[in-house]
Design a protein around this ligand. Structure first.
Ligand SMILES: [Zn+2]
Ligand SMILES: [Zn+2]
Length: 292
C-alpha cells in the first residue's frame, strides 16, 4: 500500500511532485487544469518533460488525475453531456502524455432524468469516452456520497456501469472512505469494514479497486453529504484507518488524502479548524509500521 495526497500544481505542474515530497507522499493526485473550467491550455513538450523529471526526482511512484468538477455524464443537457465526454477523453489523453496511472471522475447527477435513464446516459458516455482510446492512463469511476440523485453511490450501481459499458472491464473504481460512509457503508468497526470490502469483492471485485481516497467524515453515517475531515477527527474514527491500512486484501491500493487543505486553497474541501495533512500522513505511516 502506498500513501499520498491531492497536491497543488498551481504555478506549474512540475511543482506538484515537489509539494508531494514535502508532505511525504509516495503517490500523488493532481488537477491538470482548473477544475471549474471547460477548456484547458494544451500541454507543451517542455511542460511534459519538466513534470516527468520532477516525478522521478521527487520519488513519486504513481500520479493520479482528478477530473474537473463540471462533469455530468447523467445530464439531460446535451451541451453538458457532450462537454463531459470530450473533457474526460481529453483528460485521459493528457494523463497518458503525463505518464499518469489513472484519472477518476464523479459520474454526476441524474436529477433531470432519474436514476434509470441516468444509468443509460452514463453507460453511453463511457462508451464514447473509451471508443478508440489507446492510452495508458486508466479511467476510474469514483464512488459518490449520493446526495439527491447523484449517481455511483452504491456498489450495485457502479457494477451496472462497469458491466454495461463496452470496454467496462478496462475501467476501474476509485473508492472514497468518506463518500462510502456517507452513502451507508459502515467503516467504523473492523467487522463492518470487512463486510463492506467483502461486499465490494462479491459485486465488483477488489482487483478493480485501484485506489481509495482516504478521508474521515465531517457528517454522520448515511447522511449522503460529501464533507471530508482529517483522520481521527471525524465520524469514521482513527481506528478504521488502522484496519484499512492493514487489511490483507487491500494491500494493492494506493491511498490518497483529500482531507482539508492546510491553507484552504485547492480542492473542494476548505481548511480544517484543527489537524493537518501532515498529521494525516503520519497517522497512515504509523499504522503501516505496526507489527501485528
Ligand atoms: Zn474523493
Ligand atoms: Zn469528496
Amino acid at each position: 500500500m502506498r500513501f499520498g495526497a491531492h497536491v497543488s500544481g498551481a504555478g506549474g505542474l512540475y511543482l506538484a511532485p515537489i509539494n508531494g515530497k514535502a508532505l511525504g507522499c509516495e503517490v500523488i493526485q493532481i488537477f491538470t487544469r482548473s477544475p471549474q473550467m471547460w477548456t484547458a491550455k494544451a500541454l507543451v513538450a517542455s511542460e511534459l518533460e519538466r513534470f516527468k523529471s520532477s516525478v522521478i526526482e521527487n520519488g513519486i511512484e504513481a500520479v493520479y488525475i482528478h477530473a474537473p468538477y463540471l462533469i455530468n455524464l447523467a445530464s439531460a443537457n446535451s451541451r453538458v453531456w457532450n462537454g463531459s465526454i470530450g473533457m474526460l477523453r481529453e483528460e485521459l489523453e493528457r494523463g497518458s502524455e503525463l505518464g499518469c496511472r489513472g484519472m477518476m471522475f464523479h459520474p454526476g447527477s441524474a436529477k433531470d432524468v432519474g436514476r434509470e435513464n441516468g444509468l443509460e446516459l452514463v453507460i453511453e458516455g463511457l462508451n464514447k469516452i473509451m471508443s478508440g482510446y489507446k492510452g495508458k492512463c486508466q479511467l476510474l469511476i469514483e464512488i459518490s456520497a449520493g446526495a439527491g440523485e447523484v449517481m455511483g453511490d452504491t456498489f450495485e450501481e457502479l457494477a451496472l456501469m462497469l458491466k454495461g459499458a463496452n470496454r467496462g472491464d478496462e475501467i476501474g473504481i476509485c473508492f472514497d472512505t468518506q463518500h462510502a460512509f456517507a452513502s451507508g457503508y459502515d467503516l467504523r468497526t473492523e467487522v463492518g469494514l470487512n463486510e463492506v470490502f467483502d461486499k465490494f469483492d462479491r459485486l465488483i471485485g477488489l482487483d478493480r479497486m485501484i485506489l481509495s481516497h482516504c478521508n474521515d467524515s465531517k457528517v454522520d453515517f448515511g447522511v449522503h453529504k460529501d464533507r471530508h475531515e482529517h483522520l481521527g477527527r471525524g465520524r469514521i474514527g482513527k481506528e478504521s484507518f488502522k484496519f484499512l491500512v492493514n487489511h490483507p486484501k487491500l494491500q494493492h491500493l494506493d491511498l490518497i488524502l483529500e482531507t482539508p487543505m492546510d491553507d484552504g486553497k485547492e480542492g473542494a474541501q476548505g481548511a480544517g479548524e484543527v489537524g493537518s495533512r501532515g498529521e494525516d500522513m503520519a497517522i497512515l505511516k504509523a499504522f503501516r509500521n505496526l507489527t501485528p
